[in-house]
Design a protein around this ligand. Structure first.
Ligand code: MRU
Length: 366
C-alpha cells in the first residue's frame, strides 16, 4: 500500500532492524516503532500496536528471530516461543508462525540460528503478501459478478467488519484484498465500514486505509448493517478470520456472527477471506473448541480518540461503577458462510470444500 505516496508494508526490516507501524495511534498519527527484542515484539502484539491474525504471526516470527540474535540457545528458543504464544489466544497464525520457526531452528547449531530465523521471518512476511495477492485474485470475480448482476452500473456495495485489510497483514489484506483488486480493475466499489466496537478497528483503521487507496466508503455503527441489508443496500459481505476449523466454522472479531445472521436472513452472500495459515484443521467445532480472547473491560467502558487539543485520550462512557465483559471474537458457523476465499480458489465452508483445496493439511493429521 502507498502511505504518503510511498509503498509501505506494515512490518519491514531495514539494516537488520525490525520496524512496525504503531496502529494504536492511527488514524491520528503515523508513528513507527523499532522492535528491539523479543519482549518488544511480545509487547507490540499484546498492546495491539500490531494486530490482525497474519500480522501478529509475522511479528511473532520476527520476535523469535530477535531472541535468537540475542541468545541462540535452546533455552532462549523455548522462552521466546512461550512468551510470544501467550500474547493473544484466538488467531492461529501466531502459533503457526512460532511453530514453523521453532521447527526449522531446532536441528540447527546455535551459531546458525540468528541468520536462519531472520531469513525465515522475512520469508513468512513475503509469503503473506503472495497469499493475499491470491485472495485478491480469487475474490475479484465475486465483485465482478455482483457488478454484472447490477447491470455494470451502480457501485458494488460491500459490507466489512473490523479491519482485515493491509494493516491486519504484511500487505494487501485479506477481506480488503479483493476490494482493492476490484477498485484497481475499474469496478466501482463502495464499502460499508462497521465501526467495530470496542476498539473501533473499522472506524480508525479500515476507514483510514481505504481512504489512502481512494476506495469510496462510509462508516456505520455496528448495529446498522442489518438495517442496510433489509433495505437492499448491501450486495455482499466480506470479512476476515482469525481461525477457521476443519469443517469451516470461522472465528473473527466480535459481531461478525450477527452480520452473518443478518446476511442469511436477507439472502446476501457472506464470504470469508481465509489465508491458509488461518486454517486450523486440528479443530472441528469452532463454537466449543476455539479459544476466545477476553480483553480488559476498560476497552468497553471507555473510548479512545482525538481531543480538540490534538492529544489522543481515553474517555469514560459508562458509569464508574459499571462492570463490562469484553469478548474479542465470536464464531460464525459454517452454515452461514457462502464461501471461503483462499489463495487456492474459493470453496464452500465445509470439510469437503477445504479438503479439496488443502488435501495435504488433512493428510498430516494424526
Ligand atoms: O483484534 P484484532 O484487531 O487483531 O482482530 C482482527 C480481526 O478480527 C480480523 O478480522 C482478523 O484478524 C482477520 S485479519 C486479516
Amino acid at each position: 500500500m502507498n502511505v504518503h505516496g510511498k509503498p509501505t508494508r506494515t512490518l519491514w526490516v531495514e539494516h537488520d532492524e525490525v520496524w512496525i507501524i504503531d496502529q494504536t495511534r492511527l488514524p491520528h498519527e503515523f508513528h513507527t516503532v523499532r522492535l528491539l527484542d523479543v519482549e518488544g515484539a511480545a509487547h507490540a502484539i499484546r498492546a495491539m500496536q500490531v494486530r490482525g491474525a497474519p500480522l501478529i504471526g509475522a511479528t511473532a516470527a520476527h520476535g523469535v528471530a530477535l531472541a535468537m540474535a540475542a541468545d541462540p540457545s535452546d533455552r532462549s528458543l523455548d522462552e521466546a516461543s512461550t512468551l510470544l504464544a501467550s500474547t493473544r489466544p484466538t488467531a492461529i497464525n501466531l502459533r503457526w508462525a512460532i511453530d514453523r520457526v521453532r521447527t526449522a531452528l531446532a536441528p540447527l547449531p546455535p551459531g546458525e540460528r540468528a541468520a536462519a530465523s531472520l531469513a525465515l521471518a522475512c520469508a513468512i512476511c513475503d509469503e503473506d503478501v503472495a497469499i493475499n495477492q491470491g485472495l485478491a485474485r480469487h475474490g475479484l470475480p465475486l465483485l465482478r459478478e455482483a457488478w454484472e448482476r447490477k447491470g455494470r452500473g451502480a457501485p458494488v456495495q460491500v459490507l466489512t467488519h473490523c479491519n482485515a485489510g493491509w494493516l491486519a497483514t504484511v500487505d494487501w489484506g485479506t477481506a480488503l484484498a479483493p476490494i482493492y483488486a476490484a477498485h484497481d480493475a475499474g469496478i466501482p466499489v463502495h464499502v460499508w465500514v462497521d465501526e467495530t466496537r470496542p476498539r473501533n478497528q473499522g472506524a480508525s483503521l479500515t476507514a483510514w486505509e481505504l481512504g489512502h487507496h481512494g476506495v469510496p466508503h462510509t462508516l456505520i455503527v455496528d448495529n446498522a448493517g442489518g438495517h442496510l441489508m433489509q433495505h437492499g443496500r448491501v450486495d455482499l459481505c466480506i470479512v476476515g478470520t482469525d481461525r477457521t476449523t476443519a469443517r469451516g466454522d470461522v472465528a473473527n472479531k466480535i459481531g461478525t456472527y450477527l452480520k452473518a445472521l443478518a446476511a442469511h436472513d436477507n439472502q446476501i452472500p457472506f464470504h470469508v477471506a481465509l489465508p491458509s495459515p488461518s486454517l486450523d484443521v486440528t479443530l472441528r467445532d469452532g463454537l466449543r473448541e476455539i479459544p476466545i480472547e477476553e480483553r480488559d473491560e476498560h476497552e468497553v467502558t471507555h473510548l479512545s480518540g482525538l481531543l480538540p487539543s490534538g492529544q489522543i485520550a481515553s474517555i469514560r462512557v459508562a458509569p464508574a461503577s459499571t462492570r463490562a465483559v469484553n469478548h474479542g471474537f465470536d464464531v460464525t458457523p459454517a452454515r452461514l458462510i457462502t464461501s471461503l476465499i483462499t489463495e487456492r480458489g474459493c470453496c464452500p465452508a465445509s470439510e469437503q470444500g477445504l479438503r479439496t483445496l488443502f488435501p495435504e493439511r488433512f493428510e498430516r493429521l494424526p
